[in-house]
Design a protein around this ligand. Sequence first.
Ligand SMILES: *[C@@H]1O[C@H](CO)[C@@H](O)[C@H](O)[C@H]1NC(C)=O
Ligand SMILES: *[C@@H]1O[C@H](CO)[C@@H](O)[C@H](O)[C@H]1NC(C)=O
Ligand SMILES: *[C@@H]1O[C@H](CO)[C@@H](O)[C@H](O)[C@H]1NC(C)=O
Length: 502
Amino acid sequence: MAMKFAYWLLVIAGAAAGVYVDEPLLYDTFPPDFIWAAATSAHQIEGGWDADGKGLNIWDVYTTNSSVVLDGSTGQTACNSYYFYQKDVNALQSLGVSHYRFSISWARVLPNGIGEVNQPGVDYYKRLIAALKAANIEPMVTLYHWDLPQALEDMGGWLNPSIADWFEEYARLCYTEFGNDVKIWITINEPWVVAYQGYGSGINAPGKYGPGTYTYQSGHNLILAHARAYRLYESEFKPTQQGKAGITLNINWYDPKDNQTSSQEAAERAMQFLGGWFANPIFGDGGYPAVMRQKVDEKSAAQGYNPSRLPVFTAEEKLLVQGSSDFFGLNYYTGSLTIEKIQDISIVDYGADQDIEASYDPAWYGSGSGWLKITPFGMRNTLKWIRDRFNNPDIIVTENGFSDNAGNLDDLMRVYYYKHNINNVLKAIKTDGVKVIGYAAWSLMDNYEWGSGYTQKFGIFSVDFATADLNRTVKASGRYYAQLIRDNGFTVDQPCNNYPIY
Ligand SMILES: *[C@@H]1O[C@H](CO)[C@@H](O)[C@H](O)[C@H]1NC(C)=O
Ligand SMILES: *[C@@H]1O[C@H](CO)[C@@H](O)[C@H](O)[C@H]1NC(C)=O
Ligand SMILES: *[C@@H]1O[C@H](CO)[C@@H](O)[C@H](O)[C@H]1NC(C)=O
């Protein structure tokens, strides 16, 4: 009785708040040939950090200081996929995915980043791709998922404009060696993280600090390097290999916290600083977003920076960059609430440049990561945001996923996360006409979560880190995802749709 009373109180409170009531699911199917994938990245899973001639990357070096990682761990062994890749392929096969999104370790194939090729490294990816093909799974390959060869960092890394040449050389090697089998290429994963967290706040490798300067310089070089790799593919490989190449951006949803115009403008500004920064040059008019241009130019002038801290594309660079992606790769995880907050003019920081304040609604479900709340409505809103601002491009959701700290197999919150996020992808397609052509769950398995080490687990498979076998075991979320893939969408009688049965 007491419980029932409490239950009704909850329902009434929920109904009053509106957005916290679960949305009804849309029962419908995804388009035929929809890409269903699971995703990983090289440094997070491969291990074999010094095997067979691999060069050091910036994460190998950065994490020699154990204080920069929450549990002091490294990716030296991780899931040991360099040796155990067949276990990954078996896991993927049991899910029934059409594609596997993985990344190539630049320093494994080019130990110094440029120059001498490491043949055993090339052979590793050939073995992996052959195993995938044998399992009827297509590779979707990321060239750069944050693991820059240290030799290139020693020459300035992403701050050195020559990186466009270096990246093109690396891309050429990959297209040449693997391009007959790889039909979807992702040049760079989340340039925002590289630019702001790698060279700005410095909380990721290589840990450089220049939050209002290096951030924009490295961002500029990331865009140009991406475009060079795309144009190389377009002109020399696409005509015969017939694949697609694109970039993946991380965009989380900023909702206005209230109905004030200033909050609505702040939310849009935050979306432009996060997503538009890279999307507008590539998918939009070829330059940085107008609001970003205005804010950073004004603040730079007031702070005595001349020229602006935000670089400018030359006419030639605009031609190179604009239209340099066959699809829009989106990594979506979470949302936040936004108001305007004018920052002190003395602060030279990409974050302060935005004049916003973001927060989370305490009612949102949390995860094993402080930044990750469960906000499935943000998935659909972000997809519509991309549709409206960048001329309705083909979109691949290249990452979406949920962390916990326990790593339990009975991971009902992750089931909930996938159910409602994927259903919002379906609504975006069916109701809003967004052209989503694929979806990848992050991640295939628990792995090395960068500065959080092994404390945050995103897998739909668990990895038995307690034994050297590192066996992979499916979680409830993996079973749920496999069922969604089998049905190619949501059917009313699907196990787990109304109440999880695991
Ligand atoms: C290691 O990292 C910590 C935390 O960032 C830093 O305070 C310390 O100076 C670093 N140590 C070395 C030797 O670089
Ligand atoms: C904004 O106003 C609309 C219409 O009055 C209302 O439905 C909505 O809940 C308001 N949003 C916020 C965040 O207050
Ligand atoms: C890992 O899996 C293999 C193959 O199923 C099995 O032979 C082995 O005993 C497992 N290792 C552990 C530690 O459970």
